[in-house]
Design a protein around this ligand. Structure first.
Ligand code: ADP
Length: 325
């Protein structure tokens, strides 16, 4: 049974339909990222799953309970990481952890948790004196202290330094191993690519694409490289037998599988022209590119090219492969 089920959820604010028939689910031991541009309906969806908002249509279930009517029963089994901690500013790390531990029947040992999130050296530091990344790690510790079965993480790596990011990744991996269902909302797509097993992209309150990592990138492979701006892409395209385009100055895309012969031909061409290769990356499309393509704003009178990229009304719901191109 899924740990989280969203079935044709509708949530309105007056006349505004913030969530418009949204469906997805998430299993125990699965990390699912809910992505979308600002105003897509992510927060509203998560708040409904947390039992703070009532569905106007459809249904949501968390651990097979209704988060609205069974809110009290769910509270002890669900962990929530809020973007702004909700911690007394003068309370130190250790006291905050011990205070929150007291709310639960069977909390994680406070000292273990402080070590796990890497806050030992600031255990006596008041919350308001912690860096942004340390505050975030403390909030994460408090979200998981009660051994929740479902955890909602809103922007878990926002403002977190590289060491903190590794700590966050390890914690999420540990939760997954323990069979906890983790729902992440984030705008940091490279981080999401590392953390999440499955991605649900929403826009205007609907799912526009959903799938496992790799699957959602459509399986199509490409080769990207960096070199000096303004290369003769026409000449290179002829040489490689495929279209080469320059995106941001100095960044080039070859949208075909990066077979070794293609890479050899590219480097030979660069060598013949005495050009330096800055960066070479082969593989699937980046999640960020997929996201931007799927959530591109609709223009009034789309050209053929733009209408092929902009969100359409025939959007696929729920899990499975990518919705459209
Ligand atoms: P996201 O988290 O993806 O940025 P939200 O769920 O916050 O999206 O918002 C979805 C839509 O609902 C937006 O158009 C937003 O302006 C609107 N909205 C969110 N909260 C409220 C509210 N309390 N009252 C009225 N409109 C709201």
């Amino acid at each position: 049974m899924p740990a989280v089920e969203v079935d044709r959820l509708v949530v309105r604010y007056g006349n505004l339909v913030a969530v418009d028939g949204l469906s997805f689910d998430a299993d125990p031991g699965e990390v699912v990222a809910l992505l979308g541009p600002n105003g897509a309906g992510k927060t509203t969806t998560v708040e409904t799953l947390e039992g703070f908002r009532r569905a106007d249509g459809g249904s949501v279930r968390v651990l097979d309970l209704d988060p609205w009517s069974d809110h009290t029963r769910l509270t002890a089994r669900v962990g929530v990481l809020l973007q702004r901690g909700g911690i007394y500013p003068i309370m130190n790390t250790e006291r905050a952890v011990r205070l929150f531990a007291a709310y639960y029947e069977n909390p994680l040992p406070a000292d273990e948790l402080i070590d796990l999130v890497g806050l030992r050296s600031v255990a006596r530091t008041p919350y308001k004196r912690l860096s942004g990344g340390e505050q975030q790690r403390l909030a994460l510790a408090l979200a998981i202290i009660g051994r929740p079965r479902v955890v909602f993480l809103d922007e878990p790596t926002a403002g977190v330094d590289p060491a903190g990011r590794i700590a966050v990744r390890n914690i999420v991996a540990g939760l997954r191993n323990d069979g906890v269902c983790v729902i992440i909302t984030s705008h940091e797509l490279d981080e999401v690519q590392r953390l999440a097993d499955r991605v649900v992209i929403i826009d205007h309150g609907r799912v526009v694409a959903a799938g496992r990592q790799g699957e959602i990138q459509g399986g199509s492979e490409e080769l990207r490289f960096a070199a000096q701006p303004g290369l003769e892409t026409g000449e290179l395209s002829v040489r490689l037998g495929t279209h080469v385009s320059e995106g941001p100055p100095g960044e080039y895309l070859i949208p075909v599988p990066p077979v070794p012969a293609l890479v050899a031909e590219l480097t030979a061409w660069l060598a013949e022209h005495d050009l330096q290769l800055g960066d070479l990356r082969a593989g699937r499309q980046r999640l960020e590119d997929v996201f931007l393509r799927l959530t591109a704003p609709v223009v009034d009178e789309p050209t053929d090219e733009v209408s092929a990229l902009a969100p359409s009304s025939s959007k696929q719901q729920g899990r499975g492969g990518t919705a459209r191109r």
